[in-house]
Design a protein around this ligand. Structure first.
Ligand code: GLY
Length: 370
């Protein structure tokens, strides 16, 4: 099974290739793009141990001269300091303007490698080889790159499109189950904001909470439809002037929960799941969305094994305060992405403080009856 999904942009269009075993073909795929001979594989120690050699062997067989740079794992290392070290490796290995950085890893690796590629020598090629479900369906596509500032996530960055996104579903076998579920949050997001049929396919699957519950065909379909949704949205609004903001569905409350729990207790995908429940309940309270459809969304989030309640150590007041500091505030108003139907959302800054308070207060785990 192989799918090629075009990301059509005014400039710098590219393809997303989804194929089982694609990692071992990376050399030939880069050769077909006529990229320069020198490449640098950027990864973290765990991913590189699993997949680094396959990639290096394939590159060598296709005649590339490859070096590698290992970044420390985790969001807290997504800093300018880490990028500085990456530049050092690029310098030591004489990477040139025609050279290519290959991001082999999850979202953090992809964002950092993309940002380094955007800035090294004023721009070298980047190829994204995502190894987490979340990066495959979201972070690796669309050219958002960047690092964190001590006072906020992704505050330093650039839009910089890759030459290719290469997805090998086989690598998901080594993905921890919690990370798999986090990626499924973004898949459900596409079902709500863009692709009703994807949502219904997910609903129809008997189980979805472990990778081994999905047969190869369903996994391919999930990857393909999610990538297609992202490619279509990015193709219509590359720099997030309007439409692309719908991809932030669930991220408004989600980011607040993620930051208030220190980016560790609740991971990004879990926070997005919680945020989608909040947004759905807000839309239902405002009578924009039918309550039964909101319930279907919440049931699907629970079905993939994601939390739907706000963790007890986070208060409604703290979430509301965090929302004010978020990038999604425009002219002092918090912007929400709200569903009107499964597969269709609107962007709204009309959510009142009362509605927000009521919905968030109701989203805590009910006390057990005594
Ligand atoms: N992850 C949202 C976007 O790429 O726009």
């Amino acid at each position: 099974m192989q799918s090629l999904i075009p990301v059509d942009l005014p400039q710098n269009s590219y393809e997303i290739a989804i194929a089982s075993g694609a990692l071992a073909q990376i050399g030939d795929r880069l050769k077909a793009l006529n990229l320069g001979k020198k490449v640098m594989v950027v990864s973290n120690a765990v991913i590189f141990q699993h997949y680094g050699q396959i990639v290096l062997d394939s590159l060598a067989a296709a005649g590339f001269e490859a070096c590698s740079h290992i970044l420390p794992a985790g969001e807290r290392h997504k800093t300018i300091h880490s990028i500085q070290k990456l530049y050092d490796t690029a310098l030591e290995n004489h990477l040139e303007r025609s050279s290519t950085f290959i991001a082999l890893g999850g979202g953090v690796i992809g964002d950092m490698t993309g940002f380094a590629a955007a800035t090294w020598l004023r721009g070298v090629n980047v190829v994204q080889v995502p190894t987490s479900l979340l990066a495959m369906v979201d972070a690796a596509i669309g050219g958002k790159t960047g690092v964190n500032h001590p006072r906020g996530k992704n505050l330093i960055g650039a839009f910089y499109q890759p030459k290719l996104v290469l997805i090998d579903p086989q690598v998901l076998k080594t993905l921890p189950v919690r990370e798999f579920r986090a990626g499924m949050a973004e898949v459900i997001k596409y079902g709500i904001v863009w692709d009703r049929e994807l949502f219904e396919q997910l609903e129809a699957a008997p189980r979805l909470d472990h990778l081994h519950d999905l047969d190869a065909k369903l996994l391919h379909e999930i990857l393909m439809r999610s990538c297609q949704a992202k490619a279509e949205v990015v193709g219509k609004d590359e720099k997030e002037a309007g439409l692309r903001a719908i991809l932030n569905y669930g991220h408004t409350v989600g980011h607040a929960v993620e930051s208030l729990t220190g980016y560790r207790l609740v991971n990004h995908g879990e926070a997005v799941g919680i945020g989608m429940v909040s947004a759905g309940q807000i839309a239902a309270a405002m009578q924009l969305w039918s309550a039964p459809e909101a319930d279907r969304q919440n049931a699907l989030i629970a079905k993939v094994g994601l939390p739907i309640h706000i963790p007890p150590m986070v208060s409604v007041e703290a979430i509301i305060e965090a929302l004010q500091a978020d990038k999604k505030v425009q002219a002092g108003k918090v912007r929400f992405i709200l569903p009107q139907a499964i597969g269709q959302v609107i962007i709204s800054d009309r959510v009142t403080a009362d509605t927000l308070n009521t919905v968030l207060s109701e989203q805590f785990q009910p006390e057990p009856c005594t």
